[in-house]
Design a protein around this ligand. Structure first.
Ligand code: K1U
Ligand code: ZN
Length: 173
């Protein structure tokens, strides 16, 4: 079988990353095909998550795989946080839309999320550790928020400069 076609990932500070996603209306063939392509794109980029926003589709859809074996894909459609722990922890995050940049962000250590799965069935996910962090990071994408927006203005300005330099160098190569 042919490999699914990979999707281009938007890079910060692309303004499209700030679009607020709309609910998925139906889990149909179009959404199922998008899930396949998003998973292939996430695995190809060595990511642990990907939000539809990052591939310029502004619908509430996330794919995640935090397993070491990279064979436990999760699909969250129209996710809603039902509960988030008051306990928070600062941990290192990265983002496929902000390549090469890692920094600390404070997040709830545990969350309970309701979402549809890839078959349109309603599920409740109780997450902690890296899965909880990844779900919160990806749900921010659906709200048009990129993790660097938790950092200081100075850091964000430096990050924009670094990314612009990397883009210029890639164009020259
Ligand atoms: O949203 C994305 O761009 C995917 C992102 C998810 C994520 C990573 C780390 C913390 C929260 C959310 C990535 O997969 S970045 C690349 C990566 O695999 C990674 C980076 C740092 C720590 C762990 C994994
Ligand atoms: Zn991200």
């Amino acid at each position: 079988m042919n490999s699914p076609e990979l999707l281009p990932i938007l890079c910060y500070p692309d303004p499209r990353l700030h679009t607020v996603a709309q609910p998925v209306v139906a889990v149909d063939d179009r959404i199922r095909a998008l899930i396949v392509r998003m998973l292939a794109t996430m695995y190809d980029a060595n990511g642990i998550g990907l939000a539809a926003t990052q591939v310029d589709v502004h619908e509430r859809l996330i794919v995640i795989d935090v397993s070491e074996t990279r064979d436990q894909p999760m699909v969250l459609i129209n996710p809603e946080i039902e509960w988030a722990s008051d306990e928070k922890r600062k941990g290192e995050e990265g983002c496929l839309s902000v390549p090469g940049i890692y920094d600390g962000v404070e997040r709830s250590v545990a969350v309970r999320v309701r979402a549809l799965d890839g078959e349109g069935k309603s599920r409740v996910i109780e997450a902690e550790g890296m899965l909880a962090v990844c779900i919160q990071h990806e749900m921010d994408h659906l709200m048009g928020k990129v993790f660097v927006e938790y950092l200081s203005m100075l850091k964000r300005t430096r990050i924009k400069g670094k990314l612009a330099k990397a883009r210029r160098e890639a164009e020259r190569a």
